[in-house]
Design a protein around this ligand. Structure first.
Ligand SMILES: C[S@@+](CC[C@H](N)C(=O)[O-])C[C@H]1O[C@@H](n2cnc3c(N)ncnc32)[C@H](O)[C@@H]1O
Length: 232
């Protein structure tokens, strides 16, 4: 998807984004349950870069779970980032956050981060070279050994498994009250604008971007999540 179209898509989704995904929160919460112990070894005063922070779901969780951490919240969608800022203020962690409106290449130089998150973001880069560069740009912002927690939709779309999983995934969203119009948009996006790749391929892109052997720590339906360390 072209950057302008992507920004327009998420600007448009921002007001209803949290409501739209409220009934699938169990998936996110389960992922955080497994993620937190993986991040528990980071410094008490860790600095964390949240790439594609959206409305701030992961930021809100991590801010609550790790009260000494500071965050840089980055998103190219101004409306998503503003929703994140409003949430940070409402939930009392605004002063621990910096906000950057734009893609990662526009973030001014900073001291390297201890960790980064990027949940359901790289999948919007259908071109694998651009997707590898996306991971490499995150790696370049981390201290050596710094951690990236990331997730993406992943599947071998040519497999019999996908023929079972995709309709069930769409049905789950319908049962979770995602509107029929949104479902149509999602179905079209999966076909045209989302790089749904086999999990091993995404792990290989993470490695090509400069991360040591990524650990797949969570899967629910099509969502897969990895914990990776910057090489070196
Ligand atoms: C599906 S939402 C996920 C938001 C949040 N991480 C979550 O899990 O709820 C994807 C977000 O990534 C942002 N995004 C898409 N492509 C991006 C890119 N190349 N760099 C940074 N953010 C991007 C979008 O604007 C959107 O807010």
């Amino acid at each position: 998807m072209q950057p302008d179209a992507l920004i327009a898509l998420f600007d448009q989704q921002a007001p209803g984004y949290d409501r739209q995904w409220a009934k699938t929160a169990a998936i996110r919460d389960c992922m955080y349950l497994v993620l937190d112990p993986l991040l528990a070894g980071l410094p008490d005063s860790a600095r964390v870069l949240c790439v594609g922070v959206g409305t701030g779901q992961e930021l809100a969780h991590l801010a609550q779970a790790f009260p000494g951490w500071r965050f840089t919240a980055l998103d190219p969608s101004g409306a998503m980032l503003e929703a994140c800022r409003v949430r940070a203020q409402a939930e009392g962690f605004l002063e621990r956050c910096d906000f950057h409106h734009g893609f990662l290449d526009t973030l001014p130089d900073t001291a390297p981060f201890d960790a980064a998150t990027s949940f359901l973001v790289s999948q919007f880069l259908v071109d694998t070279t651009a997707r590898t560069r996306f991971f490499a740009d995150i790696a370049a912002r981390l201290v050596p050994g710094g951690v990236l927690a990331s997730s993406d939709l992943a599947a071998d779309t040519a497999s019999a498994d996908y023929a079972v999983l995709l309709p069930a995934w769409m049905r789950m969203m319908a049962m979770a009250d995602v509107t029929p119009e949104a479902l149509d948009r999602i179905r079209q996006a999966y076909r045209d604008d989302v790089g749904v790749l086999p999990p091993a391929k995404i792990a290989a892109l993470l490695q090509a971007g400069g991360f040591d052997a990524p650990t797949l720590f969570f899967q629910a339906g099509l969502i897969h999540a990895w914990c990776s360390r910057r090489a070196g």
